[in-house]
Ligand binder design. Structure first.
Ligand code: FAD
Length: 420
């Protein structure tokens, strides 16, 4: 069977792969994008039904195409996927859907790499792994199977009607956990929410969305999480028109907040004694954004309305003041646990020396230590915004530029050879 050849093979046809294609195309670099599912598959099949973008349409997009929506609206997940389908057409992205890369190895006796795919072999000089920041759902080994409790990861959650009757424990209070818990509460479920360390910026302050504030304050561009905050998740929501995630408000509406989920024995689940601290730290993060925003307004003499009420928190609740440390799941009527506990990566197909001892890609701004290999879309690849739609576009530009530069050396080499 003949082997197809290209210059750059991009693996993954989500926003990262598509952004990569746009910049490679602009640089005139031949490439192919392979996607094992459909374009932006994870927006379609790895998210719950009611999910809307966490950022408004004017912000959570690529620079060269607007959403067909009110710029201040939070568009639904299907519309996000449709946007990328339209984008593929706009840039004439050479994407092939339904083609999985099963293995990629460095050629032994020729430059570049050989990819084994579900549709044959492809040889490429460079490879960009754009297979996502959130690939493999992680469920901590706390509650064993066989307890009669339905357990699922947030990627498997679709809507309240899908769950067995009864109370639900949601573990994780990042954007996914907070939004799913809120949806279940609104659907009339009894909800327990296990709250770990989190940031919770104000949705809007002084007439501007938090995405604007994080932008002008340079917080999206931070190159690494602050020391000790590596595992702090961000709790934001565009649901129901967008509102600040406020755990006190959840509790006042009947949600039972508990600390970080720690262990399980004899039908009982144990929670850490950290609820009050996690809420206080979340509040401190919220207030720090207000402080920085106020200072920015003053420094730049902006005419944005003051909002002193934003500093007033709602009342506490008994579940916060006297947190439950141990819960008998059966007695509490909990029939379902939803683990909104994050993701791992799986680069089993990428058989090159580009990983550290923990299996994490070794790279700088996506340029791997293994020449010719690139990673795109990973958390903090170059900055806080790297996993976001608009952020990955800029990271892709950097990688395309790097590939262009590498190609310049090859072109010079050919030229120098001919001169000899
Ligand atoms: C619940 C949730 C909400 C989010 N909301 C927002 C938001 O509002 N705004 C925002 O900017 N970001 C948001 N994000 C973050 C980010 O935008 C998404 O995670 C996005 O899907 C990442 O895009 P990606 O292209 O990097 O990866 P993915 O979308 O994961 O795309 C990778 C693609 O690679 C394919 N693939 C994997 N392995 C192979 C293989 N071996 N061969 C071929 N194809 C392969 C997969 O099928 C997949 O389609 C959200 C994330 C989550 C989890």
């Amino acid at each position: 069977m003949s082997v197809e050849k290209t210059e750059v093979l991009v693996v993954g046809g989500g926003q990262a792969g598509i952004a990569m294609s746009e910049h490679l195309g602009k640089a005139g670099i031949p490439h192919i994008v392979l996607e094992k599912g459909r374009i932006a598959e994870r927006w379609r099949s790895a998210r719950w039904d009611s999910l809307v973008a966490n950022g408004p349409a004017w912000h959570d997009r690529f620079p060269n195409m607007e959403f067909k929506a009110d710029p201040d609206a939070f568009v639904g997940k299907e519309a996000v996927a449709d946007y990328f389908v339209d984008y593929v057409k706009q840039i004439k992205c050479p994407i092939r859907e339904g083609v999985e890369v099963t293995a990629l190895t460095r050629n032994a006796d020729a430059p570049g790499f050989m990819a084994e795919t579900s549709a044959g072999k492809i040889e490429a000089r460079y490879v960009v792994a754009a297979t996502g920041p959130f690939q493999v759902p992680v469920i901590p080994a706390v509650v064993p199977a066989g307890t009669g409790i339905t357990q699922m990861h947030s990627t498997a959650y679709r809507n309240p009607a899908q769950l067995p009757e009864g109370a639900v424990l949601v573990v994780g209070a990042g954007s996914s956990g907070a939004q799913i818990a809120d949806e279940l509460l609104r659907a009339g479920r009894k909800v327990y929410l296990s709250v770990g360390p989190h940031d919770r910026p104000p949705r809007r302050y002084r007439n501007r969305d938090f995405v604007w504030w994080l932008g002008v304050l340079g917080l999206w561009d931070k190159s690494a999480p602050p020391e000790g905050k590596e595992h702090v998740t961000i709790a934001v929501s565009g649901a129901y028109g967008g509102a600040t995630v406020d755990f006190r408000n959840f509790a006042s509406r009947g949600m039972i907040l508990v600390g970080r989920t720690e262990s399980f024995s004899n039908g009982k689940i144990q929670f850490a004694d950290d609820l009050a601290r996690n809420i206080a730290d979340g509040d401190a993060n919220y207030l720090s954004v207000l402080d920085e925003a106020d200072a920015f307004v003053k420094r730049n003499n902006l005419d944005l309305p003051e909002e002193p009420g934003a500093r007033t928190f709602g009342p506490s609740s008994p579940c916060i003041d006297n947190p439950i440390r141990e819960l008998d799941l059966a007695a509490a009527g909990i029939r379902t646990i939803i683990w909104a506990t994050g993701f791992a990566t799986d680069y089993g197909w990428l058989k090159v020396d580009a990983f550290d001892s923990k299996g994490k890609p070794r790279h700088q701004r996506g340029v791997s230590t293994e020449p010719g290999v690139y990673f795109l879309g990973l958390p903090w690849l170059s900055r806080r915004g790297s996993t976001f739609i608009w952020g990955v576009w800029h990271d892709a530009k950097y990688i395309a530029d790097h590939i262009s530069t590498q190609k310049t050396y090859l072109i010079y080499n050919d030229w120098a050879d001919r001169r000899r």
